[in-house]
Structures are given as C-alpha cells and as structure tokens.
Design a protein around this ligand. Structure first.
Ligand code: NDP
Length: 281
C-alpha cells in the first residue's frame, strides 16, 4: 500500500443503512489522514471472492455487516472474541493474513465504562433481554468482565439454552414471566432485543421492582432515547445507550486500518444523532 491512500469499507447486502462511513470518514478528516472509507454492496455468492481479494481492491480491512458476519468468521483467522461470539464484524490484513474480531464486545463494555465508570462494582448478576446476534457479544463482554451470573430472558427459550451451551453455566436461560423477580436482584439490565426500535413492537418492561442502584443499557439506538432508557432515567438510574455502543465498536477497526486510536467525542455523537434524526428514526 506504500504510496497509496489507505482505504477500508463496510461490506453488506444491503449496506446503505450503515452509519460506519459517517463515523470513519469523520475520524479520517479529524486526524488528517489521507484515507477513504466506502460502502461495498456484495452478494453472499460474491462475498468469498471479494474478501479473498481485499488487497487488490485497495483495502487494508473492512467492517462486515448482515448477512456476511458468519462467512467472514469462517474465511478469516478470528481472535477469541469473534470465535466466542460466532460472528466477525471487523477484518484486517496483516502480512498477507486476513484476521478478524468482533468489536461489538468492546463496543458494549467500552460504552459502559465511559457512561457508568463504576458499573462493575457490586454487580454479580446481569439480566440480558434477548438471545440474538447482539446478545452473543454482550454476554461474552460480561463474561470477559467476570460477571458471575447472567440471566438470559428470551421469547424463544431454546435460543437462550443455546447460549448456555455456548458460554457455560454462568448463563441462566429464563422465561419473560420471571423478569419482575429477577429485576429485584440484578443490578444490570441490558436490552438486546429489537423491541422498542422504530417500526418494532414496544418493549413492555415494568421497572417498578428494579433495584435503586441498577444500571440500564439499551442496544437500540433508533430512537436514541428508548422508552426503557426514559423510564430508567425517570427513576434516577444510570444508563448507557445504543449509539454509544455503535461508536465505541468502531474504534478498533479504525485503529487497525489507519494506525490511530480515535476518540469518541460529543461532536461525533452529534453528527450521528443528526443523521438518525434526518432519516426519521
Ligand atoms: P437478532 O434478530 O439477532 O435478535 C433479535 C432478538 O429480539 C431475539 O432475541 C428475539 O427473540 C427478540 N425479539 C424480536 N422480536 C420480538 C418480539 N416481538 N417479542 C419478543 N422478542 C422479540 O437481532 P440483533 O441481536 O442483531 O439486534 C437486536 C437489536 O440490537 C437491534 O435493534 C439492533 O439495531 C441493535 N444492535 C445495536 C448495536 C449497537 O452497536 N448499538 C449492535 C448490534 C445490534 P426470539 O429469539 O424469540 O426471536
């Protein structure tokens, strides 16, 4: 790549909804780096050949979004996080090798570290709502941070059971009906379902029984302040939002491709917030 501007991209099918170009191009400008970040719409059939030739396409690496995250894992050398989560969302080339990670794990924990610095203290039990793709990353993040008990509440209980198989006995599958009882015990509540997102059904959780020192996190970022976060804030609870996670998950990729560890600033947040507002989300 010597002599060329470095480039990276987000690969998806479709890919137009991705906020990654806004985030990375903001950082490229801010750090004065002569690089580019583009969108690549690639079909599942064309994906293996595309990433085998990332270098020839001029890319130092890529973000991977739906539906390619599992294929990206299989076609690269994953780190522990990508392997544990079962999906890769960030690829980079190093001396002819294609490596991968899953930055949703650190996006989740770094966002919490920034929003609620003392979040781990005295928090032995977490309640995770949902058992989909993002729940995998959240649960692995909680395990990395040594939270000993993680209750996973999901409509399809088999998917919560599968998470116990995958991550071990600290994961406890639970039905929605047990939630009020759990809220009285757990001091960390994380919504990883799509409920409460614009266009989706509401997330009906009554926070009445929740502990007064609980921390509440919502991965949904459209709307930015979900009904869950609004209810938590009305009770005076500490919260962390989905936009923060989205921004923090982007940090590592930028560093790997462009060599600078970028900062998540209020200016960047405002830029993405404005975009979410423009799209009516
Ligand atoms: P998945 O499709 O993999 O999982 C969706 C989850 O929501 C499942 O647990 C599903 O339950 C549950 N769910 C969906 N509809 C209902 C319903 N009507 N009733 C009960 N449960 C329901 O999605 P992801 O995990 O990929 O994403 C979930 C959310 O997180 C999305 O809003 C996404 O935008 C957001 N997200 C945010 C990120 C960030 O950086 N802030 C990163 C990744 C995701 P079941 O298994 O029973 O179907």
């Amino acid at each position: 790549m010597a002599g060329h501007a470095r480039a990276a991209c987000v690969i998806g099918w479709p890919v137009k909804h991705s906020r990654s170009p806004l985030i990375h191009n903001h950082w490229l400008k801010r750090y004065g780096i002569a690089g580019e970040y583009r969108c690549e719409e690639v079909t599942p059939e064309a994906f293996p050949a595309f990433i085998a030739k990332l270098d020839a396409h001029g890319y130092a690496g890529a973000n991977i979004t739906l539906p390619h995250k599992e294929a990206a894992l299989a076609l690269s050398e994953p780190d522990d996080r990508a392997r544990a989560v079962g999906a890769a969302n960030t690829l980079w080339l190093d001396r002819g090798h294609l490596y991968s990670t899953n930055t949703d794990v650190e996006g989740f924990t770094a966002n919490l570290d920034a929003a609620v610095p003392e979040w781990e203290i005295g928090r032995d039990e977490a309640v995770v709502l949902g058992a989909g793709g993002s729940a995998h990353a959240v649960i692995y993040g909680l395990i990395e941070r040594e939270i000993p008990m993680i209750h996973v509440v999901n409509r399809t209980i088999d998917r919560a059971e599968a998470l116990r198989q995958r991550f071990g006995a600290s994961v406890q599958p639970v039905h929605w009906s047990a939630l009020p009882h759990l809220l009285a015990r757990a001091a960390l509540l994380i919504n990883t379902t799509s409920l409460g997102m614009t266009g989706q059904p509401p997330l009906a959780v009554d926070l009445a029984p929740i502990r007064g020192d609980a921390v509440v996190v919502d991965l949904v970022y459209a709307p930015l302040k979900t009904a869950l976060l609004a209810a938590a804030q009305a009770r005076g609870l500490a919260t962390a939002d989905g936009l923060g996670m989205l921004l923090y998950q982007a940090v590592r990729g930028f560093q790997l491709w462009f060599g600078v560890r970028p900062e998540v600033t209020d200016e960047l947040r405002a830029l993405i917030e404005a975009d979410l507002g423009r799209k009516g989300e």
